[in-house]
Design a protein around this ligand. Structure first.
Ligand code: ADP
Length: 288
């Protein structure tokens, strides 16, 4: 399985976010995507899972353009776990995971087969959520729920798992648990995992390769050692870091300082005037 992103660009109506992005990735790899807030990481994931259509360029999966694939084919090829999973439906964990099998069913009402139950069991076992099987999804913590969503993506039996900030809001031990899980899934099931993360330390520790996006292009791509360098961290994140080889954990990254000062150059009067104008516009829209 080969995912190829070929000169992909994406613009929202008001702004160009991705200019030209090209890379290839394959089976069994954990690929991290890093970059400052708003640089387009989530946008790129959404282009890969076809919820956004690139403004230019082509994305292929084994040489097939993904936009020509049906929704069902996409669901079988890739699982997507978004940042927020505000599920408010009253389903059990088991039912939520089972829903991921729908991509493999001809009709939504088809009874689940023994095969489905076995696949659901394996995904729940691998993500460590068997003990929650009969709990309502709404009753789980953020980290537990994230595991459920990963299990749900896994029962699609995808080749690719797309994860947007999977460790967000988890305490440090659960972050490790989740990243261990992701690496094991990639190794044991041969999944390509594309993971958007703001966490440089976890990216360095768990990703086989890292892509750094800046100003709509790939500013660096390679192993953690190649991408997470003192110069790159200064350039991409405006932070001063110290990087050392540590035989116990590979790379040790210490954040020493930030370069960026709070924005002192705001013209307060002009900004206040802009807000007043916006208020006037909103008021007049309300009246009409
Ligand atoms: P990241 O994941 O790197 O933080 P995103 O891909 O979410 O960044 O967003 C990239 C840029 O696109 C940001 O400036 C964001 O404000 C903008 N953006 C995101 N979604 C929309 C949208 N639906 N319409 C217009 N602009 C958007």
């Amino acid at each position: 399985m080969e995912l190829k992103i070929d000169e992909v660009g994406f613009s929202y109506p008001s702004r160009e976010v991705l200019k030209t992005i090209s890379f290839e990735a394959g089976k069994g790899e954990v690929l991290g995507i890093i970059g400052q807030n708003g640089c387009g990481k989530t946008t790129l994931l959404k282009c890969i899972n076809t919820s956004l259509k690139p403004t230019k360029g082509v994305i292929t999966l084994d040489d097939k353009e993904i936009l020509t694939l049906s929704k069902r084919e996409i669901a079988k090829a890739m699982g997507f776990v978004m940042q927020t999973t505000n599920t408010t439906f009253p389903f059990t964990v088991y039912e939520t995971v089972l829903m991921g099998r729908y991509a493999h069913k001809k009709t939504l009402s088809a009874d689940e087969s023994d095969e489905d139950t076995r696949i659901v069991f394996e995904a729940m076992r691998d993500t460590g959520i068997l003990k929650f099987a009969d709990r309502d999804i709404d009753e789980l913590s953020g980290g537990e729920r994230r595991r459920v969503m990963i299990a749900r993506a896994l029962v699609q039996e995808p080749d690719i798992l797309l994860l947007d900030e999977p460790t967000l809001h988890l305490d440090i031990n659960h972050q490790f648990d989740l990243m261990d899980l992701i690496r094991d899934l990639s190794r044991n099931r041969g999944l390509l995992v594309v993971i958007v993360t703001h966490d440089l330390i976890f990216a360095a520790r768990y990703c086989d390769r890292i892509i750094a996006i800046e100003n709509g292009v790939i500013a660096a791509i390679g192993t953690a050692k190649e991408v997470i360098t003192v110069e790159n961290m200064k350039k991409f994140f405006e932070i001063e870091v110290e990087i050392t080889d540590d035989p116990r954990i590979g790379m040790s990254l210490t954040i020493l300082n930030r370069y960026r000062q709070n924005d002192q150059n705001i013209d307060s009067e002009a900004e206040i005037q802009k807000l007043q104008e916006l208020q006037k516009k909103l008021d007049s829209e309300k009246e009409n």
